[in-house]
Write a protein that binds this ligand. Structure first.
Ligand code: FE2
Length: 148
């Protein structure tokens, strides 16, 4: 699975871009091993680490974004927050599935679809809209693009 952060995923807010880059680096390190080649116990370890990382770091990144949106009175905050909540919901169900069944093929694929693919889509669409608003509203010039 090819997981690489690239400039096309930059949203233009340094703090958040750094966090997104870290997410991609961590995910790519964790799943650089071909999951199909691994013994079941190793797959369990890799997936467990990935899910644990998602549950911590990704949630922190959401919080940073939400603070930016609140401070700048972003008009589409509710919709954006809803997407974050939906991610957390599917993340929780992945964790429950993993705890019950281990790293089955189905769970490995679902993790890719519901976390990695979701993140790419969310960053390119929903997150980049926030930056467009911050630029347009002049919020950046007031804060010099720093964390709220
Ligand atoms: Fe977001």
């Amino acid at each position: 699975m090819e997981i690489q952060w690239h400039e096309g995923l930059a949203i233009g807010i340094d703090t958040i871009d750094k966090q997104h880059k870290e997410i991609f680096e961590r995910i790519s390190t964790l799943i650089s091993a071909d999951m199909e080649e691994l013994a079941p116990e190793q797959r369990d370890i890799v997936l467990h680490k990935l899910l644990r990382f998602m549950g911590g770091y990704v949630i922190d990144t959401f919080k940073t974004e939400e603070e930016f949106m609140t401070k700048s009175h972003y008009p589409e905050y509710d919709q954006h927050k809803k997407e974050h909540m939906e991610f957390l919901k599917s993340y929780s169900s992945l964790v429950r599935m993993f705890e019950k069944e281990g790293a089955t093929d189905l769970i490995v694929t679902a993790t890719q679809n519901q976390t990695v693919d979701w993140l790419i889509k969310h960053i390119k669409g929903t997150d980049q809209k926030v930056t467009a608003f911050l630029k347009q509203s002049g919020y950046f010039s007031k804060t010099k693009n720093k964390a709220p």
